[in-house]
Design a binder for this molecule. Structure first.
Ligand SMILES: N[C@@H](CCC(=O)N[C@@H](CS)C(=O)NCC(=O)O)C(=O)O
Length: 225
């Protein structure tokens, strides 16, 4: 199995964690990425395999899957043990909803922090309004997540792709100065439980090690361990 992977790509991080959780060996093919040029030039294989020219792309024999959510679904069907989706239909629906929320509601403000705050400022000018709006959006989402997690060990009836996706986004936001407030105890306890999982610990360590190699990265940009 091969995974086309971006070193700091949050969507690829979701897949790397799922592969480790499932104990699946794979060849990691890192695509070009830099602070200055982002994903340009795109890896030619990724351009050929994915019309969106984005990572992650998983190649398993003759099967090519792109988009992290579709890769999760493929892995679950092809390699069901250990499961990363809940058993009951109702909890599976909840899991898909929360995983989609991580990608589609939590990620956009994080992208604003990355685009406007992490990458070099365009023409030397930071868009502080965009960064402020992103922090406000994150605060709203954290309040909702606290409710979703209250009284639960994981977001769904067992550890699932909803936890993977949400954890990746919350940790990235935290590394960009957008951590959840300390009074969100259910959210913080879930974060601690998640970070104790070897697959997640390993992914956070690898991303932090990569961040440490970025000579241009100013202090405070690391995803905290
Ligand atoms: N919905 C896609 C999003 C993938 C995505 O945005 N990938 C980014 C890296 S995190 C990428 O490859 N960007 C390069 C580009 O768009 O040129 C997924 O869940 O996999």
């Amino acid at each position: 199995m091969k995974l086309y992977s971006g070193p700091l790509s949050l969507f690829t991080a979701k897949v790397r964690i799922a592969l480790h959780e499932k104990g699946l060996p794979y060849e990691k093919i890192s695509v070009p990425w830099s602070l200055e040029h982002r994903y340009e030039p795109h890896h030619p294989d990724v351009v050929a395999l994915n019309p969106k020219a984005q990572v992650p792309v998983l190649v398993d024999g003759d099967v090519v899957v792109y988009d992290s959510t579709q890769i999760f679904e493929y892995l679950e069907e092809q390699y069901p043990d250990p499961p990363l989706y809940p058993h009951s239909v109702v909890e599976r629906v909840r899991c898909r909803r929360l995983e989609a929320a991580a990608d589609e509601i939590l990620f956009p403000p994080i992208w604003s922090l990355i685009d406007a705050g992490f990458y070099p400022a365009r023409a030397g000018i930071r868009d502080h309004e965009r960064i402020g709006a992103a922090h406000a959006a994150l605060a709203k989402e954290y309040a909702l997540l606290e409710k979703e997690l209250t009284g639960r060990v994981w977001l769904c009836e067992r550890f699932s792709v909803a936890d993977v996706a949400t954890l990746v986004m919350v940790r990235a936001a935290s590394g960009l100065g957008g951590a959840p407030r300390s009074e969100y105890s259910a959210l913080h306890e879930w974060l601690e439980r998640s970070l104790a999982r070897p697959a997640i610990r390993r992914e956070m360590d690898e991303m932090n090690a990569f961040l440490a190699t970025l000579r241009a990265a100013p202090a405070g940009r690391e995803i905290p361990a």
